[in-house]
Design a protein around this ligand. Structure first.
Ligand SMILES: [Zn+2]
Length: 169
C-alpha cells in the first residue's frame, strides 16, 4: 500500500518530522493513519493491497469512506469481502470504498453499492445552486445497512455535491 507518508514511518508507527508535519497540518488525519496502518498489516494476508494507493478517509456518523486510487476498488473488495469485513470490525464502522478521480456516476455507484443506480440527473434550484438526484434500484436487505444521511454527507465532503436520494418503486 502506498500513501503520502513514508512507508518506513507507516510501518514503524514512529513518524519523521516530515510525516509529523502532515499529521499536524491536518493533511493526514489520525483516522487516515490508523486505517493506513491497518491496511498495511493486512498486506501479507491479502497481497492485492500492495498495489493500492491510499488517499484518505472521510467519516460521517458510523460510516467510514476510504478513498483509494483509480482502479483500486476491486483490490479492496476481493477475497469475498474479507478486507472490508476486517476494516469494519477493527473500526466499528460501516465501510465504503471510493476511487479518486472518477466521474460522478462511478463515484455514486461505489458509494451506494450494492444498490444499482437507475437514474442520475441534475436539479437546478431557484437560487442557482444544483442538487444531484439519484434514483436507486431496490435490492432486498441491502437498504438497511446503508445510512443514506451519512452517504449524502460523504458525497458533500468528497465531491462537494448535494445529493437527493430516491428509491425506485
Ligand atoms: Zn516519514
Amino acid at each position: 500500500m502506498k500513501m503520502g507518508l513514508c512507508s518506513f514511518c507507516l510501518k514503524s508507527g514512529i513518524l519523521c518530522q516530515k510525516c509529523l508535519a502532515k499529521l499536524k497540518s491536518g493533511e493526514v488525519s489520525e483516522t487516515d493513519l490508523r486505517v493506513a496502518r491497518l491496511l498495511l498489516s493486512l498486506e501479507e494476508k491479502f497481497p492485492s493491497l500492495q498495489n493500492v494507493y491510499f488517499h484518505k478517509t472521510i467519516e460521517a456518523d458510523r460510516t467510514l469512506a476510504i478513498v483509494v486510487g483509480p482502479g483500486d476498488v476491486p483490490r479492496l473488495l476481493g477475497y469475498g469481502g474479507k478486507i472490508v469485513k476486517t476494516l469494519s470490525q477493527e473500526t466499528g464502522k460501516s465501510i465504503r470504498i471510493l476511487e479518486n478521480g472518477v466521474d460522478n456516476r462511478k463515484f455514486l455507484e461505489d458509494l451506494f453499492a450494492p444498490l444499482s443506480i437507475m437514474t442520475i440527473n441534475t436539479i437546478w434550484l431557484p437560487d442557482g445552486s444544483t442538487e444531484t438526484r439519484v434514483i436507486l434500484g431496490k435490492k432486498r436487505g441491502a437498504h438497511s445497512s446503508l445510512d443514506v444521511k451519512a452517504l449524502k454527507e460523504i458525497a458533500s465532503k468528497v465531491r462537494n455535491i448535494t445529493l437527493r436520494v430516491e428509491f425506485a418503486d
